[in-house]
Write a protein that binds this ligand. Structure first.
Ligand code: CP
Ligand code: NVA
Length: 318
């Protein structure tokens, strides 16, 4: 156990003080080691006390899972969080990111930021002297993808060669699933309506990071895409910030709803994932959501364990 711990520490040592703003910020080996640490923390085989470190939370969008799992992760590591609500700080009155980042670096040990533009996050990373963690942008949701693939690894005891089909909007969640999946050797199919496909630059990036023969593909026919899927994944049709398009999208995405028929096409043993929050009756039926195939709450739980592992490593706790 002692030498295994030392091995893990050396494999993860490069992540100390590092940013995590894109799924591509981690290598295959680092992700696998993070999963190892996540499981040790999850099953109580390891305790890490960072001393009284502080995580600042800057959330410009609503959140239940990300916010609470970060708060609980920090508490379990013996640290604390401070809520830097943009409306109550000078950020809401236009104080520049380059000043905010330098000031907060003097108080906090790490920042988790949920915002619209990925560029904003990159600006924080450029000016701060503490790690920046992407808690969701319009482009990526890398903490979510880590929890998703940890869940898949736990369910199938492997990642390489697993077939994951994501059905729905080619959004932030789809983007991180492609990048992270490509590095882990997972075959990721993203199936969306015409005009709502994933960002082509991200598709190319994912393909360029592909390992162990992972195939990344984009298509438009859910009935074909779901065949041979071991994991079926979906997310809301209108993300935060797209509320005005919700009605229009409901019509366009009509054929992309996950229901029992679609699950049957994949096979009895396929698991169903959703990053949550879910809109039952839109991207997923209540029956599918509550079916025996659903691993959605195991997936939500894993947000806590991977983020606790990530923070422990970034803050030098190993
Ligand atoms: N999945 C996810 O990020 O959930 P929250 O928006 O509740 O944080
Ligand atoms: N795609 C969704 C994910 C929510 C966790 C959104 O950005 O709103």
């Amino acid at each position: 156990m002692a030498s295994a711990s030392i091995g893990l520490a050396s494999k993860l040592s490069n992540l100390r003080k590092s940013n995590f703003i894109s799924s591509s910020d981690l290598t295959h080996d680092q992700i696998i080691s993070l999963f190892e640490l996540s499981k040790q923390l999850k099953f109580g085989n390891r305790r890490i006390d960072l001393g009284n470190r502080v995580l600042g939370l800057i959330f410009k969008k609503a959140s239940t899972r990300t916010r609470v799992s970060f708060q609980v992760a920090m508490a379990r590591l013996g640290g604390q969080t401070v809520d830097l609500n943009p409306q109550l700080t000078q950020l809401g009155r236009g104080e520049p990111i380059k000043d905010t980042a330098r000031v907060l670096s003097r108080y906090c040990d790490v920042l988790a930021i949920r915002t619209f533009s990925q560029g904003e996050l990159e600006e924080y990373a450029q000016w701060s002297t503490i790690p920046i963690v992407n808690a969701l942008t319009d482009l990526e949701h890398p903490c979510q993808a880590l929890a998703d693939y940890l869940t898949i690894q736990e369910k199938f005891n492997q990642l390489k060669g697993i077939n994951l089909t994501y059905i729905g909007d080619g959004n932030n969640v789809a983007n991180s699933l492609m990048i992270c999946g490509a590095m882990l050797g997972v075959n990721v199919k993203i199936c969306s309506p015409n005009g709502f496909e994933a960002d082509s630059k991200i598709v190319e990036k994912a393909k360029s990071l592909s390992k162990f023969g992972s195939k990344i593909s984009i298509s438009n026919d859910p009935l074909l895409a779901v065949k041979e899927a071991q994991v079926i994944y979906t997310d809301v049709w209108a993300s935060m910030g797209q509320e005005k398009e919700q009605l229009k999208r409901k019509e366009i995405f009509d054929k992309y709803q996950i229901d029992q028929n679609l699950i049957k096409l994949a096979g009895e043993d396929a698991i169903l994932l959703h990053c949550l929050p879910a809109h039952r009756g839109e991207e997923i039926t209540d029956e599918a959501f509550e079916s025996k195939n659903s691993s959605i709450f195991d997936q939500a739980e894993n947000r806590l364990h991977v983020q606790q592992a990530l923070l422990a490593v970034q803050l030098g706790g190993l």
